[in-house]
Design a protein around this ligand. Structure first.
Ligand code: GLV
Ligand code: GLV
Length: 314
């Protein structure tokens, strides 16, 4: 039994601490295997596909640090860890810009109907030039609403400012500094949804935000509008989204995250031309995944040595 358990091979070039046991199988570690492996573990480096709950903590009585290679911690019972004196680390900051790039790429792709254009070319359906072919929306001169203007949401807002977009945000707290820096205006969620041409979700999933975007919220969105989710699938009621996209409000959606993951290929959203789904690749650049792994290892080592973690869960 190992003192350190790592639930997935780390990106090339990043070494787990000497003596770590690393799951080398295909895909995420089966939960039963994880429960066995942590019996003697003092440190655990985990992924967002692992469930770190009371059951796991009971199975790991010697655990002192949980270091997750992701920023979102909805799969980790942080409170339960805290009660047991187990430090929890994650990987904020290092993935902010890459995830904002992804959010913007998804937004631009669906607004300008890029995936539909590619499908048309591939299917041999590209005929003579047509003045009405694949008319979409615009980025410039439109209003972007950001739900959750944390690190990632703010980085999305900075990109949007460069595209000449008007900016709105909503969140638990108002951010006067951000308002001054970006000229971004605060709205409550209903106000943001009804005024925005495009909405980006970049907030954590928890009990308060589960299905935040439900049928009622979707019904407030403008005709022709766009919904982008780069946070967690559980923020959106997917059945309600199917209905809403059929009605055209919103007109389009782009999802980096779904509920569940993977989304079954026969799910109605997968086949809809106005819905772009990619497989949770928000932070998936070579450089950023490496930085995330390095930070996760640094958090793990600090926790094992009883030092403050470089990036502790707050
Ligand atoms: C990825 O979704 C993360 O939370 O880092
Ligand atoms: C995540 O890092 C966020 O604060 O948006």
């Amino acid at each position: 039994m190992a003192r350190i358990v790592v639930t997935r091979r780390l990106p090339a070039g990043v070494q787990p601490p000497v003596g770590s046991w690393v799951w080398e199988g295909e895909g995420p570690i089966p939960h039963g295997v994880l429960l066995e492996q942590v019996a003697e573990a003092e440190g655990l480096l985990c992924m967002l596909t692992d469930t770190i709950d009371e059951e796991l903590l009971d199975a790991a009585p010697r655990l002192r640090v949980v270091s997750q290679m992701a920023v979102g911690l909805d799969n980790v019972d942080v409170e339960a860890c805290r009660r047991r004196g187990v430090a929890v680390g994650h990987t904020p900051d290092v993935l902010t810009e890459t995830t904002a790039d992804t959010a913007f790429a998804l937004l631009a792709a669906v607004v300008r109907r890029i995936p539909e254009g590619r499908d048309l070319v591939r299917s041999g359906g590209w005929g003579e030039w047509d003045p009405e072919l694949l008319l979409g929306g615009d980025l410039w001169g439109t209003t972007l609403g950001i739900v959750g203007a944390g690190r990632i949401g703010s980085a999305v807002a900075r990109r949007a400012a460069g595209f000449g977009m008007h900016l709105l945000y909503t969140g638990r707290r108002r951010k006067p500094h951000l308002e001054a820096e970006l000229g971004i205006a605060y709205r409550d969620l209903p106000g943001l949804l009804s005024e925005s041409d495009h909405v980006v979700l970049s907030l954590p999933l928890d009990d308060d935000t589960y299905h935040l975007i439900d049928a009622e919220a979707l019904s407030r969105m403008k005709e022709g509008s766009t919904l982008v989710n780069v946070a967690r699938g559980g923020l959106v009621d997917h059945d309600a989204l199917v209905e809403a996209l059929r009605r055209g409000r919103p007109a389009r959606a782009a999802l980096d995250v779904t509920e569940p993951e993977p989304i079954p290929p026969d799910h109605p959203l997968v086949g809809m031309p106005n819905c772009l789904i990619v497989p949770h690749i928000g932070s998936a650049s070579v450089r950023t995944r490496r930085a995330m792994a390095e930070l996760a290892v640094a958090n793990l080592v600090a926790g094992l040595e009883g030092r403050p973690l470089p990036a502790a869960a707050t």
